[in-house]
Write a protein that binds this ligand. Sequence first.
Ligand code: CP
Length: 305
Amino acid sequence: MRNFPTVLENISDLNFDQLQSLILLSKKFKNGDIPLGHIEMSTGESPIIATSFLETSTRTKHSFAIAIKRLGAMYIDFNAEASSLKKGESLEETLLTLSHQGVGMCIIRTSVSHQLAEFKANPPLKIINGGDGVNEHPTQALLDLFTILECKHGPKNKTIAIIGDCIHSRVGHSLCSLLPQFGMKVILCGPEEFLPKNIPNNIEVTNKLEEAILKSDILYLLRIQKERHQSKSLPSDEEYHQQYGINLEKLKRFSKLLPIYHPGPANIGVEISMEALKSPYYFGYEQVKNSIFMRMAIIKSMFHS
Ligand code: CP
């Protein structure tokens, strides 16, 4: 028994042994070494699992839905817009209600950073953070690590440049917490106003794209989260692409045709060109494929620990 947390809010909720076991289990699911549709609770019943996305999502929500169904659990798509949350009900009361209806786990996306922390002391059900404000997106970082390992791009003794709106990126924060544990060096790169000010000692920061590319083995691109910016003086899409966008011509100029990762959604012509996205250097769709296996591993581990 590895005692997985009841609430997975941040990467730091998992110890190194748990992180390693999630990678191993994802691999087993991907290789077909474990039969699908066999998840059950201690009572022997198949669990009911809900997703509650209070912010938009394509990848995270659907890959969790597929993972839940492949595990043979019942899936509830909790529609927050059509729920009593709209009548002023709190998230806590919503989760208590779902738990009394037999729901055993809820995957939540919220615009409020750290909103899930309050449930850790007395969780009404199992909770997975599907992205909370500008805090973390732990399951995305875990599936990224699984992809980096699988595609043999690292992580040990390799350097990843996370380029873009680092200050607002929840997956960026999760990657900074996760990848150094596996021996990977992280460089954050972007315009000054996109770079966090309080950075751990083991993370490098630069506003010089060329320097970041030349030092790196993998590029990890982030979109500009315009919805989270107060400032009206953001660079235009063209200016940003010129200075920090990745296209093949730029990488060839630096003699660095590196693997390109992106959590999605990508803004074409801003942080990445269409040519780069459709090239063999782009691994965003490998991340998407692997997301199902990692999320199956996380759900199963949280029910079986
Ligand atoms: N990577 C990610 O979280 O994508 P979605 O916003 O589409 O879920």
